[in-house]
Design a protein around this ligand. Structure first.
Ligand code: ARG
Length: 436
């Protein structure tokens, strides 16, 4: 049924099919994620249009009912972007016009798809960032619990990948928990940058209608308007890059954890293991139980750290104002969020089943872990540090050093004082914002 123009911008000619395919790209698929937010944005916009006299109250109630119906179809999974229609914004307006006739065409007064897509993206990314925050928080609690559970189990600490000083599973798990609090700062910063209202910036230069931008800010639950209309448009790109920085931060922590697990699972270390069903096999070597999950996680997390670069290159030196290149950011950012959440959930699932080896440091290959403990014992008995260091060093050199496998670390943040509660408090303060 083709009773009306399929393009919002139609003016009597149809674009070439090749042009259409190339410019629409993956929008029909990716815009599906924006559909409910597109309707939400339109709901706020029409309430505002009525308040400034651009719609009658009767038109407002018809349009609201029409949009609610569309929202219902989206919720029920029946909404589609038709093959002839180029994006979600066109589809929603078309459906409304089919339902209501000419009134449907009134919703676009004082608006452009440029601010419309921005609103959709901000509402959508706000929810996506909450999803990331929740997955980070879940993993954080898992790591903290493991840290407490295994706090008395020592393991070697390395520098230069050489045996260095005693560490513990309490420290190791706890370190990644605290690292996630720093990443959460980035997620929160990205959330704040995202949570500003671009609606009313229209094509990027505002409108001669007296748009009430405070009203739409309130209706859509944004913290504040992005006041300057040009700045609002510039936030397309800046917002995505802030989100990518947050994604990259979380990914770098998670990728590092995945690397540790791969290494600790190697037989030469053998510090951790997993139930057989969580490992993978080899097609030729019958004995293999490989850490493929953590290898894929490491690879994905490394790739996720390139998202910021991809976006920076895509948007570098674009002219001020809307440019169609911006559309391609959706292709980069949308899958990245899914990928990150998937990795976080996988990490949580795997760590639920991690097995930690006991008595690792009893092995003579770790004798020298305890040299600093010996030096410190001498210092406490009154020997100056440099002398104590030399004495123990010479014993090692002569092969006469024998370790006392005893560790007395009690200062804040050390093996014997993990500050688990303090770190939990730090995280709780950060995540409050996501519980609105
Ligand atoms: N699909 C477009 C995007 O994501 C929507 C905005 C189109 N605006 C335009 N002036 N062509 O950027």
């Amino acid at each position: 049924m083709k009773t009306m123009d399929t393009k919002l911008w139609s003016k009597g000619f149809e674009p070439d099919k090749m042009i259409e395919r190339f410019t629409v790209g993956r929008d029909r698929e990716l815009d599906m994620k924006l559909a409910r937010y597109d309707v939400e944005g339109s709901m706020a916009h029409i309430q505002m249009l009525e308040s400034i006299g651009l719609l009658t109250s009767d038109e407002l109630s018809q349009l609201s009912a029409g949009l609610r119906e569309i929202a219902g179809e989206i919720e029920a999974g029946n909404f589609v972007i038709e093959p002839e229609i180029e994006d979600v914004h066109s589809q929603v307006e078309l459906m409304l016009t089919r339902k209501l006739g000419a009134i449907g065409k009134k919703i676009h007064s004082g608006r452009s798809r440029n601010d419309q897509v921005l609103v959709d993206l901000k509402l959508f990314m706000r929810e996506e960032l909450k999803r990331v925050a929740q997955a980070v928080e879940r993993l954080f609690h898992r790591l903290q619990a493991l840290s407490e559970e295994h706090k008395d189990k020592l393991m070697p600490g390395y520098t230069h990948l050489q045996v260095a000083m005693p560490s513990s599973f309490g420290l190791w798990f706890g370190a990644y928990a605290e690292a996630l609090t720093d990443d959460m700062q980035m997620v929160k910063a990205a959330y704040r940058i995202t949570n500003q209202n671009p609606l009313g910036s229209a094509a990027g230069y505002g409108s001669s209608f007296p748009l009430d931008r405070e009203m739409t800010t309130r209706l859509l639950g944004f913290d504040a308007p992005h006041y300057n209309v040009v700045a609002a448009q510039m936030s397309r790109g800046k917002t995505e890059r802030a989100i990518a920085a947050a994604i990259g931060a979380v990914a770098s922590t998670l990728g590092h954890l995945a690397m540790d697990v791969c290494m600790w699972m190697c037989q030469n270390f053998g510090f951790v293991s997993f139930p057989d069903e969580l490992t993978t096999g080899s097609s030729i070597m019958p004995h293999k139980k490989n850490p493929d999950v953590f290898e894929i996680m490491r690879g994905k997390c490394n790739r996720l750290q390139s998202v910021g670069n991809e976006l920076a290159l895509l948007t570098a030196n674009l002219p001020l104002g809307y440019n169609r290149d911006l559309q391609l950011m959706k292709d980069i950012l949308f899958p990245a969020v899914d990928e990150l959440v998937d990795c976080l959930e996988m990490a949580d699932f795997m760590l639920e089943h991690i097995r930690v080896k006991d008595n690792i440091v009893e092995d003579p290959r770790y004798d020298y872990l305890f040299t600093v403990e010996e030096v410190n014992r001498l210092v406490l008995s009154g020997v100056p540090f440099r002398e104590a260091y030399r004495k123990v060093g010479e014993e090692v050199q002569r092969g006469e050093y024998s370790p006392v496998r005893e560790v007395n670390h009690s200062h804040l943040g050390s093996i014997g004082n993990l500050a688990t509660a303090e770190i939990a408090k730090k995280m709780a303060m950060l995540t409050d914002e996501f519980k609105v």
